[in-house]
Design a protein around this ligand. Structure first.
Ligand SMILES: *[C@@H]1O[C@H](CO)[C@@H](O)[C@H](O)[C@H]1NC(C)=O
Ligand SMILES: *[C@@H]1O[C@H](CO)[C@@H](O)[C@H](O)[C@H]1NC(C)=O
Ligand SMILES: *[C@@H]1O[C@H](CO)[C@@H](O)[C@H](O)[C@H]1NC(C)=O
Length: 597
């Protein structure tokens, strides 16, 4: 009898025991199941002939719920069927007037608007790849981004006509077809698309037009900042697009959700996690021209938004708005994104109510990603045995002075123990491929790390320093190399230096990011050495900076130095004063100018 009661009591206490011993067991199991489901679906998608892409998934949703709202934009609602028809028209006009064929690349140069989605869908229907240009770039950068992915057609919005005209002579030399979305344009060499769209039918297109597309064909190009100089076009093939799109499923987004997308569409967050993820979920997307802290919650109430997408800056801006009585009056239940800091995270929950925050980690071009599916404050993900079986990642001991992983006597890298910071690398395999950058084998090669644990092995170098704690939660620590993040954009320090070096008075420029209290990321600081006998010419510098760089990349602080610090290997020293920097500004004001926007 006694033993019987012990057993019953023991069984009753088992869940409690399990919970104390493995507090995240349920979450881990759910995640395991989702990982299996994704693996199974991916292998099915690959085997389907022709391969099953996000476009085919969209077409299935059109059949399933044609009248369901797909995109909501400024008081207009477009159903799945509307989107299908509109993209048919775009595809037909491009076939007819731009002579596009399967495999061609078309660059998109426009802000967030429904047409962005129609053009991409239209291009996918005729087997073409869309290059998603950052609409903030100009002149040299614009030309570089356009041509580095092999694009032959440029489609721009009417508002960006001026920026297109600046580079038009070069584009015309290269026989590029240039279209703007309006119906009228009197600039020679720019064609209009608006009127042509009206002229063609909205009938479905034959799948034969895209019959050669495979899971490895590029679906879109998304630009990431280069470690040396200009941006690189990361190849997002259909497989990669699928993996990113499954993130919504992992986070728990359902088809009756309404997703608020206010990040720029040319980024992977909005395009892959928001748009194509939304198609996979079969949800409704509320598209916003751009983020506005004052309209954010009003929009969420107006459109019954249930899922929001963020980057760290957005969450901080929202927390910085004046408190209101109706702060908790909304239906948002889930926030999906990356880069939220622990302090902002708790403040956000405290102020806006019980919203599950699903923080993710992953580079646009990377072959490894994490999801904090537990909602553990401050973590970017969780070490999961099952995921680790598919993606072999490791944190390597890193030498910040020499800017390379530490190697042992045999020349191999050393994995850091739990609790210590290390460089994230992930083995390049069939299950975790690295597609690299379009037409840039040199930059692609630079992201690879060889002979990591055994002779001849090959890893993707994320450039990020992470830490995994005893419980298995992963934390972001720092980013190495020649980029920093400001306003959610990566800035390549060399691209900024290159522009500064064109200024007459500047001999050398060393650009790096500095932290400013109360802000996410790092703002640009330029340490300059002037030419012998020259004074600093602020207006000339400002002119060059404004002409050559998008707003977020422009350095806001300048310090004039007699010589620039270099490391033992003559690399410019970028990190040594970090932290000290902002305190230096006060007393040294005379040598620091502020470049206004
Ligand atoms: C552009 O087209 C012209 C005429 O068809 C041709 O002669 C020229 O070589 C082309 N230029 C380039 C860069 O393809
Ligand atoms: C598909 O590839 C085949 C063989 O390379 C080629 O003959 C055919 O024209 C391609 N189809 C399209 C639509 O480009
Ligand atoms: C939002 O939900 C409310 C109540 O469920 C409903 O009355 C309203 O029509 C919805 N608004 C939109 C834009 O769907």
């Amino acid at each position: 009898m006694y033993t019987f009661f012990t057993v019953v009591a023991g069984l009753a206490l088992l869940p409690l025991f399990l919970y104390i011993r493995f507090p995240y067991l349920i979450h881990d199991l759910k995640y395991s199941m989702k990982t299996f489901a994704i693996g199974a679906r991916m292998s099915k998608h690959k085997k389907t002939k022709p391969c099953y892409t996000v476009l085919e998934c969209f077409l299935d949703k059109v059949k399933k719920h044609p009248d369901k709202p797909f995109i909501v934009f400024e008081n207009r609602t477009y159903s799945y069927l509307d989107a299908d028809k509109r993209s048919n028209k775009i595809a037909r006009s491009l076939l007819e007037f731009a002579n596009l064929k399967e495999g061609d690349t078309v660059a998109l140069f426009l802000g967030n608007e429904p047409c962005y989605v129609w053009i991409w869908l239209g291009l996918a229907k005729i087997g073409c790849t869309a290059a998603l240009l950052n609409h903030g770039i100009r002149s040299r950068s614009l030309l570089h981004c356009f041509s580095c992915c092999g694009a032959t057609v440029l489609i721009a919005s009417t508002e960006l006509k001026g920026a297109v005209e600046e580079v038009l002579p070069t584009l015309r030399e290269q026989n590029v077809s240039v279209f703007i979305l309006g119906a009228e344009c009197d600039t020679a060499g720019i064609e209009t698309l608006g009127d042509k769209i009206e002229r063609v039918s909205d009938e479905p297109l034959s799948p034969d037009l895209r019959s050669n597309v495979t899971i490895k064909s590029p679906a879109v190009y998304i630009y990431t900042s280069g470690t040396t100089g200009l941006p690189k076009a990361a190849v997002i093939n259909h497989e990669r697009m699928w993996f990113a799109s499954f993130l919504q499923m992992i986070a728990g987004v359902k088809s009756d959700d309404v997703i608020y997308v206010c990040l720029p569409m040319y980024h992977s967050s909005a395009f892959l996690m928001g748009l194509t993820g939304g198609i996979e979920s079969g949800a409704t997307i509320v598209l916003k021209r751009k983020f506005s802290a004052s309209q954010f919650w009003e929009d969420c109430r107006k459109y019954n938004v249930t899922v929001i997408q963020y980057i760290g800056e957005i969450m901080r801006y929202l927390c910085n708005t004046p408190k209101k009585d109706n702060d908790r009056d909304h239906k948002v239940r889930l926030a999906l994104g990356n880069g939220i800091r622990a302090d902002t995270w708790s403040e956000f929950l405290h102020r806006f109510g019980d919203i599950k925050i699903c923080e993710c980690y992953g580079a646009t071009e990377g072959n490894v990603g994490f999801v904090n599916y537990v909602g553990k404050l401050g973590a970017i993900g969780r070490d999961h045995f099952l995921y680790k079986r598919f993606v072999h990642y490791a944190l390597l001991k890193y030498d910040t002075e020499r800017e390379e992983p530490v190697r042992d006597s045999r020349g191999f890298c050393i994995e850091v123990p739990r609790g210590e910071t290390g460089l994230l690398v992930a083995k390049i395999t069939n299950l975790s491929p690295f597609s690299g950058y379009a037409k840039n084998s040199q930059q692609t090669e630079k992201k690879k790390l060889r002979d990591v644990f055994v002779k001849g092995d090959l890893y993707f170098n994320s450039g990020d320093l992470l830490k995994i704690d005893q419980e298995g939660f992963i934390y972001f620590q720092d980013r190495i190399g020649d980029t920093f993040r400001w306003k959610g954009e990566n800035v390549a320090t060399t691209e900024v230096s290159d522009v500064l070096m064109k200024v007459d008075c500047i001999e050398e420029a060393n650009v790096y990011g500095v932290m400013v209290p109360g802000n996410e990321g790092r703002i640009g600081m330029a340490a300059l050495k002037l030419k012998e006998g020259h004074d600093f010419d602020a207006s000339e510098t400002c002119k060059h900076v404004k002409a050559g760089l998008p707003t977020y990349a422009r350095p806001r602080f300048v310090r004039i130095q007699n010589s620039l610090a270099v490391t033992g290997t003559f690399k410019q020293l970028k990190k040594s004063w970090l932290g000290l920097e902002m305190r230096l500004i006060g007393p040294q004001m005379s040598s620091i100018s502020f470049l206004s926007e």
